[in-house]
Design a protein around this ligand. Structure first.
Ligand SMILES: *Cc1c(COP(=O)(O)O)cnc(C)c1O
Length: 389
């Protein structure tokens, strides 16, 4: 089309690295191969019944049919504050320190519009969830990539960030438990982040989507538990993974009041809040019976154990993750991430995600999502055993 050209912000988007995989997947599918998709981080389990029941009830209530409040219903924000108190021993003012989001992705994507000017930097981990970088670009900013390396337990090395970079940075994104590496961070790391940003006036944005999906009794901390965290940062959370609600689009941001207010100001000019019936269902999720979360953890724990054992038997190197439903698997000798991903797809019908698709430092790894049932995972392992590495 000649008449209308794309805006520069679309033209500057990095090439979509999964395009080639998508194309090959379609090709293999067309050959009639039974594909096992271990690529997407979307739970195969369904939303717990008591949450669905609350949604049905709330849909029937005309009080929920009108425009919701921009920043979220008081009841929902109160439920979030209550949960933070109970789960993390962190106190929050529901009026000023909580905002409801249309999924945490929406909040993360809009945040840079509130805090990044053209030419400013955001400190962005790599490999990472792509939204941190893209949202920075959309705001006219630039990303300074912090490599997540196995020798640093996939934590960014804050000491290696040059002073002139730190002084131009407005925002730092972090994400633990981490997608895609499945790494976890302790409170000490969060305290180092607080200390680092306090020297440079940088807003911390912690993506905490996976804090409730942790194994063997491990309880990941909130960034806001770190001393002084609320003065410098905020945390993004989601009901998507904890309650198998990816399709419902509900999440929230909490923490620093200026951060929450800035994000809220952007949002109030773009969206009009989350359907109240969905917020009612969200309240039920947060305040209702949590045995569904324990059951979900058990399901993923058993899948993790099955896959880690099977992968190791087939010669792959992988650490059992303490959290998230991902395995971050070392690429075998003689392959790149793209080559192994292609081989698994073409020879075995297995879809996995190449690590470099999340950023260059992800080269040498591929990601498996444990979002298939045990039978399908067993079938995937059978197929892997037939390849030789
Ligand atoms: C799944 C995921 C999200 C959550 O997305 P929602 O928009 O809340 O569904 C956020 N961050 C990471 C790293 C994720 O993997």
């Amino acid at each position: 089309m000649k008449l209308i050209d794309y805006a520069e912000r679309l033209k500057q988007l990095p090439p979509y690295l999964f395009k080639e995989i998508d194309r090959k997947k379609a090709e293999v599918m067309a050959r009639g191969v039974d594909i096992i998709d271990l690529g997407v981080g979307d739970p195969d389990l369904s939303t717990p019944q008591h949450i669905i029941a609350e949604m049905k009830r709330a849909v029937d209530d005309p009080a929920n049919h009108r425009y919701p409040s921009y920043s979220g219903m008081n009841d929902f924000k109160g439920a979030v504050a209550g949960w933070y108190q109970e789960r993390f021993d962190v106190g929050l003012d529901p009026d000023t320190e909580v905002v409801t989001l249309i999924g945490s992705k929406e909040g993360i994507a809009h945040l840079p519009l509130a805090f990044i000017n053209p030419g400013d930097l955001a400190l962005v981990p790599s490999p990472a969830y792509p939204v941190y970088n893209i949202a920075t670009l959309f705001a006219g900013g630039e990303s300074y990539f912090m490599p997540l390396l196995s020798e640093n337990n996939f934590l960014p090395d804050l000491n290696s960030i040059p002073d002139e970079v730190a002084s131009r940075a407005r925002v730092i994104f972090i994400n633990y438990p981490n997608n895609p590496t499945a790494a976890v961070a302790d409170l000490k790391f969060f305290e180092q982040v607080v200390e680092f940003v306090a020297r440079h006036n940088i807003l911390v944005c912690h993506d905490a989507a996976y804090t409730e999906m942790a194994f063997d009794g491990y309880r990941p901390p909130s960034f806001l538990e770190a001393e002084g965290a609320k003065e410098v940062g905020m945390e993004f959370h989601s009901l998507s993974k904890t309650y198998n609600m990816t399709g419902w689009r509900i999440g929230f941001a909490v923490g620093n009041a200026k951060g929450i207010e800035g994000l809220g100001a952007v949002k109030s000019n773009i969206d009009s809040g989350v359907f109240q019936a969905v917020q009612r269902a969200g309240i039920e999720a947060i305040q209702g019976d949590q045995s569904c979360v324990r059951e979900m953890i058990q399901v993923y724990e058993r899948r993790r154990d099955l896959m880690v054992r099977g992968l190791r038997d087939s010669g792959f190197e992988v650490d059992p993750p303490k959290a998230t439903f991902y395995l971050w698997v070392k690429v075998p000798e003689g392959y790149t991430s793209t080559q192994i991903t292609t081989r698994l797809l073409e020879d075995s019908g297995l879809v996995v995600t190449p690590g470099n698709g999340f950023g260059d430092p992800g080269e040498g790894y591929f990601r498996i999502a444990l979002t298939q049932n045990r039978e399908r995972l067993g079938e995937a392992l059978d197929r892997l055993r037939k390849l030789s590495f």
